[in-house]
Design a protein around this ligand. Structure first.
Ligand code: 5GP
Length: 235
C-alpha cells in the first residue's frame, strides 16, 4: 500500500547549547542512548585534553596551527573561540553525509556556533538547556571543585552572557530533573519530525476509483466473508 504522506528523508540537525553546569552532557548522552538513529558530532578543539577525556570521543584534540589550517581549508561548518581563547569547531563533511543518509545529528556547541549554523542551515533546531537557577549553578560549580578562581569567574561571565542569547533559540529546557529534561528534548525532536513543512508529497488515489473498488471489488467481498467466517467460528 502506498503511504499517503511522504516526508523528507533527510535527518534533523539539532543544536544543544546551555549554561555551565546545566547538565547538557548527561541529557545528550541519554537521548543518544535511547535513539539509535541519532549521532553526536565530535568537534575539533585546540584546548588541552582533560583527565578522563578520550581522543575521538570527547573531541579531536589538535593544535592551534592545525585548527587554523582547517579554518583556511573551509573544513568547518562553524567555529568559535569559546573559552580562554581556545578554538572549538564542527567538522563539515561528516555532518552533511550523516544528514543525507537520514541520521539525526546533535551538535553540542556554544551560542556563537549556534548562530553561525542557523544562518547556513535555517532548518536547524536550537535547544537551550539551563540549570534551574543561578544559585544551583553556584552549588554545582562548588561540587565540581578543582577549578581556579579565574576559571570559575570565566564560567559565570559566560553563563550570564549566554542567558541573554536564549531568545535566539527555538526551545528552552530547564534541567531540574535529568529524566524529565531528556523526555522534553526527545519530545521536541519528535514534534519537529511531524512538522507540515517536512512533507514532500501528499499522495491520494483517485476518489471515484477508491469508492468503486470499495463497493464492487475484493475488499468489500473479503470483509463480508471475514465477518461471516468469524460469526460461524464463534457458534
Ligand atoms: P568544555 O568542553 O571546555 O567544558 O566546554 C566547551 C564549550 O564549548 C561548551 O560550551 C560547548 O558547548 C562548546 N563547544 C564544544 N564544541 C564546540 C564546537 O564545535 N563549536 C562551538 N562553537 N562550541 C563548541
Amino acid at each position: 500500500m502506498d503511504n499517503m504522506i511522504k516526508t523528507k528523508k533527510r535527518g534533523s540537525l539539532i543544536i544543544i547549547s546551555g549554561t555551565t553546569c546545566a547538565g547538557k552532557g548527561s541529557v545528550i548522552k541519554k537521548v543518544i542512548e535511547h535513539n539509535n538513529n541519532m549521532t553526536l558530532s565530535i568537534s575539533y578543539t585546540s584546548r588541552q585534553m582533560r583527565k578522563g577525556e578520550v581522543e575521538g570521543i570527547d573531541y579531536y584534540f589538535i593544535t592551534r596551527e592545525e585548527f587554523e589550517q582547517k579554518i583556511a581549508n573551509g573544513d568547518l561548518l562553524e567555529y568559535a573561540k569559546v573559552r580562554y581563547g581556545e578554538y572549538f569547531g564542527t567538522p563539515k563533511d561528516k555532518i552533511e553525509d550523516l544528514l543525507n543518509s537520514g541520521k539525526d545529528v546533535i551538535l553540542e556547541i556554544d551560542v556563537q556556533g549556534a548562530k553561525q549554523v542557523k544562518e547556513i542551515l535555517p532548518e536547524t533546531i536550537l535547544i537551550f538547556i539551563v540549570a534551574p537557577s543561578m544559585s544551583e549553578i553556584k552549588r554545582r560549580i562548588k561540587a565540581r571543585g578543582a577549578e581556579t578562581n579565574e576559571q570559575i569567574l570565566d564560567r559565570f561571565e559566560t553563563a550570564y552572557r549566554e542567558i541573554n542569547e536564549i531568545p535566539k533559540y527555538n526551545y528552552i529546557v530547564v534541567n531540574d530533573n535529568l529524566d524529565d529534561a531528556v523526555k522534553k528534548v526527545e519530545s521536541i525532536i519528535v514534534s519537529e519530525k511531524c512538522r507540515v513543512d517536512r512533507i514532500e508529497e501528499i499522495y491520494v488515489e483517485n476518489k471515484e476509483e477508491i469508492i468503486h473498488e470499495f463497493l464492487m471489488g475484493k475488499e468489500y467481498d473479503n470483509s463480508i466473508k471475514t465477518i461471516n467466517d468469524a460469526i460461524k467460528n464463534t457458534k
